[in-house]
Design a protein around this ligand. Structure first.
Ligand code: SAM
Ligand code: SF4
Length: 328
């Protein structure tokens, strides 16, 4: 699938639930969001049918996300079925790590070895303040289990003024011994609480300068194709670090991804308001050919970048949804 700007689309990010057991303040309000009832979620059967179709059209990588994906019942059934679909070469998972550790052996058996673990602080007190939950111990255990198993681990760390700036250097230092890629993410306004400030104090440039100032010498690494991160290494370190200009949106020119939200809304850009609802089409009895045509049509009308997608939203529908309904 090639979009109207010549970009090949081969990556789907699939949010399988909007529910979460943490309340990261940059993602959702303290009392949560209006979580979707189960009947409004794409069922596993619907997801599996769609994935067969999308794989036949060129989607080769899926990222399972949420909400917290390990809160969805029988997730191993879904993952096991997806892992057998012809054409899907890689399944990756984004998780907060609170419930994940007991599944690691089974996940490895399915060939799932690539994890983005959200960790905004390695200080238990700051972690609790950011996530509004006391779960640091289980998340840290999960991180260590992943590293000990030799899995591919990326840490997602949202950088927030006044919250976790003191964590930036210790996070980079994890890479002294651990083969981890720590990625510092610009905070976006997807907090489920309405638009926040247009000013981003800690943008990717400032984060890089802060790290460079501390370590003196940092080496720019070659970024993987379609990467959203700019990657670096401190000489002599095993791991690496990167910055994701998620708010500055410098990476849209090579964007290869689409998103499906838990209720089946297809998003062709993180910043759009959703293009159409695949679940509704399925439940209205659409044929396979009709589903494929609808997705191809959406891909043929993609915004050039996140700024255009945001501008194209309805005037009253400014960016305010929770990232838990999008998946990151
Ligand atoms: N619950 C899982 C987790 O936290 O890893 C998966 C879903 S979470 C929505 C996916 C990613 O989005 C996380 O790494 C999280 O840090 C990031 N995220 C959530 N809200 C964000 C925001 N407002 N700005 C930047 N990143 C955000
Ligand atoms: Fe939950 Fe992930 Fe959102 Fe935190 S970022 S509240 S862990 S969905």
């Amino acid at each position: 699938m090639i979009d109207n700007h010549g970009r090949k689309i081969d990556y789907l990010r699939l949010a399988i639930t909007d529910k979460c057991n943490l309340r990261c303040f940059y993602c959702m309000p303290e009392d949560g969001i209006s979580f979707k009832p189960k009947k409004e979620l794409l069922s596993y059967e619907e997801i599996i049918r769609l994935m067969h179709l999308l794989a036949s059209e060129g989607i080769s990588k899926i990222r399972i996300t949420g909400g917290e994906p390990f809160l969805r019942k029988d997730i191993m059934y879904l993952l096991s079925t997806l892992s057998k679909i012809q054409g899907i070469d890689q399944i990756a998972i984004t998780t907060n790590g609170t419930l994940t550790e007991p599944y690691l052996d089974e996940l490895v058996q399915l060939g799932i070895r690539s994890f983005n673990l959200s960790l905004d602080s390695i200080d238990p007190t700051r972690f609790a303040a950011i996530t509004r939950r006391d779960s640091f111990t289980s998340v840290w255990k999960c991180y260590q289990s992943m590293i000990n198993r030799g899995l591919q681990v990326k840490i997602n760390c949202v950088v927030m003024d006044g919250q976790n700036i003191e964590d930036i250097i210790p996070m980079v230092e994890l890479g002294k011994t651990d083969p981890v890629a720590v990625r510092f993410i610009e905070e976006m306004p997807f907090n489920g609480a309405g638009k926040s400030s247009d000013e981003l104090t800690w943008n990717y440039v400032k984060i890089i300068q802060h790290i460079q100032h501390h370590f003196g010498n940092i080496v720019r690494l070659k970024d993987p194709a379609n990467s959203t991160s700019m990657n670096f290494q401190v000489p002599g370190f095993t791991g690496s670090f990167g910055v994701i200009p998620a708010y500055s949106r410098t990476f849209c020119g090579t964007c290869n991804r689409i998103r499906l939200t838990p209720d089946g809304t297809l998003k062709t850009c993180l910043y759009d308001q959703g293009v159409f609802n695949v679940r509704d089409l399925i439940r209205a009895g659409a044929t396979d050919a009709e589903l494929i045509t609808a997705v191809q049509n959406a891909i043929g009308h993609r915004a050039k970048d996140g700024f255009e997608a945001e501008q194209n939203r309805d005037p009253y529908n400014f960016v305010s949804e929770s990232m838990a309904t999008i998946g990151g």
